[in-house]
Design a protein. Structure first.
Length: 184
């Protein structure tokens, strides 16, 4: 059994034993996750369609947690360098995982930024670095433009204007996410 401290609503559908403050899995965390993910998404294509279609990955991650998929515990076991997408694809569908840094490097190799001006490219590069270091959640928030290194590139308003306005900035972030997950 693998003890994991996580908030969870117990039900007969989940193979767990309850101990105060802990959930005890009756199988390995990887096996449990594989089964739980495949119960929700029968194929890699089904999961990828949902992942790439989600406007905010944070909301999808919260939904996965409600279904008993414990990504923080899984990251402790598999590796913190992977984002939730790679953890799930690797554990549930036997795909080789890419680290966040490898995903960011792949985007840079495809010259995705060439369609943007200099300041917008600098913002996108900083977003890729933020993703490689911290994951996708800060990248999805426009508030990221208030912290380093973005505040050295300009004010949030100036940075958004470099894309042609808020809607175009948000579209560029969504496109960046699509580029990050373009290959499994």
């Amino acid at each position: 059994m693998y003890p994991v401290r996580i908030p969870f609503r117990l039900s007969a559908a989940h193979p767990v034993l309850h101990c105060p403050g802990f959930i005890r899995l009756t199988e390995s965390l990887k096996d449990y996750t594989r089964k739980a993910v495949r119960r929700q998404y029968a194929s890699l294509d089904a999961f990828m369609l949902l992942w790439t279609g989600a406007a905010q990955k944070r909301l999808l991650i919260e939904e996965l947690a409600q279904h008993g998929i414990f990504l923080d515990a899984l990251a402790e076991e598999v590796g913190r360098a992977y984002d939730p997408f790679d953890l799930i694809c690797h554990v549930a569908y036997d795909q080789p995982p890419l680290t966040r840094r490898e995903r960011a490097a792949n985007v840079r190799k495809r010259n995705y930024f060439t369609k943007y001006g200099e300041q917008a490219r600098a913002v996108l590069n900083a977003l890729l670095e933020k993703y490689a270091d911290e994951g996708l959640e800060p990248v999805e928030s426009i508030d990221v433009l208030r912290v380093r290194p973005f505040n050295r590139l300009g004010t949030p308003i100036e940075l958004v204007r470099a894309f042609g306005g808020r809607d175009r900035y948000l579209r560029a972030v969504r496109e960046l996410e699509q580029e990050l997950y373009a290959t499994v």
